[in-house]
Design a protein around this ligand. Structure first.
Ligand code: AKB
Length: 321
């Protein structure tokens, strides 16, 4: 089969669901999953899989040749909280992997790239509410610095070499199939697991830490939509602001209480609170809506109901294994 898709970081929180969606859309054999370790059973069994370190340029090139890869989704990255503990490792992973893929496209070996950026590109000097697409960006985390730098390089490769690279600034992504690893927004997933298992949760963010968030189904839809849009509609080649819901731990806890009335939340903010405070509370994503027709489906109520159902089913399935 000619012109396959490669997902690097396919076993992560977003990579897993993205791979399954792309296999549903393009056929199992057309989508090659890869990661540094094996992942969920459904992903491993539904199509081709390769163990791949995203910083290993030669191995990436070998896989691109062997499978005749024409599109790459580069989902491997070290997220905000983990990156603060290993700054140079995070920088190497987040930047080297991007350069390997940008260079493959520059050489004409691949046609299209998806590379995720994040709300972490913003910093304490950025306007916090309805953060505009173009504004002050002075990120204070290693992860944010790597994503902002990546955005500049994506735009540079587009302008200079015509590389078709597309990107969105993901907010915190909420899902139940695969756990996230090392993000500041992860509390919004942990809370559902703890609410169902124990009826209480201790949040590592303060009660009023408002952050932009999105349910996984919307994030996957945005990713597929931006990649399928005609090239002329993608007018921003750094990265698009993307938004759906914004809430605080307290507001989320109130929503969960509508389903689990005895649920209790406590607050013990740790180093991740400072990261959250440096990020926007809400995002203006009108450019994505105007340019390539982005719309979201899940509000706080719909997301909470879907998460409680999904986490409960997953916990039951795991218990019966
Ligand atoms: C993180 O918290 O690091 C990520 C992100 C917002 O990019 N979820």
């Amino acid at each position: 089969m000619a012109g396959r898709i490669l997902i690097i970081g396919a076993c992560g929180q977003i990579g897993t669901e993205l791979t399954l969606k792309l296999r549903e859309l393009h056929g199992n054999e057309a989508v090659v999953a890869s990661d540094i370790r094996e992942g969920a059973e459904e992903l491993m069994q539904s199509g081709p899989f390769e163990i791949l370190n995203a910083t290993d340029e030669q191995h990436i090139r070998e896989i691109v040749d062997r499978y005749d890869i024409k599109q790459v989704y580069l989902m491997a990255a070290m997220l905000s909280a983990t990156a603060e503990k290993a700054p140079m490792k995070a920088w190497d992973l987040n930047m080297d992997s991007l350069f390997h893929i940008l260079n493959l496209a520059k050489e004409g070996k691949i046609d299209k790239i998806f590379w995720p950026s994040s709300i972490a590109v913003f910093g304490p000097t950025t306007p916090k509410d309805q953060t505009p697409q173009t504004t002050i960006m002075e990120p204070t985390t290693v992860y944010g610095i790597s994503k902002q730098t990546g955005e500049r390089w994506c735009e540079y490769f587009y302008r200079k070499f015509g590389v078709d690279v597309r990107s969105i600034r993901y907010p915190g992504i909420i899902s139940y199939k695969t756990l996230p690893g090392g993000g500041t927004t992860d509390y919004a997933i942990e809370i559902f697991h703890e609410a169902i298992k124990n009826g209480n949760y201790t949040s590592f963010l303060a009660s009023d830490a408002a952050l932009p968030m999105m349910y996984m189904d919307d994030a996957i839809k945005a990713t597929v939509d931006i990649m399928e849009a005609p090239a002329e509609k993608i007018k921003i080649r750094s990265s698009y602001n993307l938004a759906a819901i914004s809430f605080t731990p307290e507001i989320l806890a109130e929503e969960i209480k509508k389903h689990i009335p005895d649920f209790e939340i406590n607050y013990e903010p740790d180093f991740r609170q400072a990261i959250a405070e440096s990020w926007p509370s809400s995002i203006d994503d009108s450019a994505a809506r105007e340019h390539w027709g982005w719309t979201h489906e899940f509000d706080l109520e719909k997301m909470t109901a879907a998460m409680l159902k999904g986490v409960e089913e997953t916990l039951k399935e795991n218990a019966s294994k």
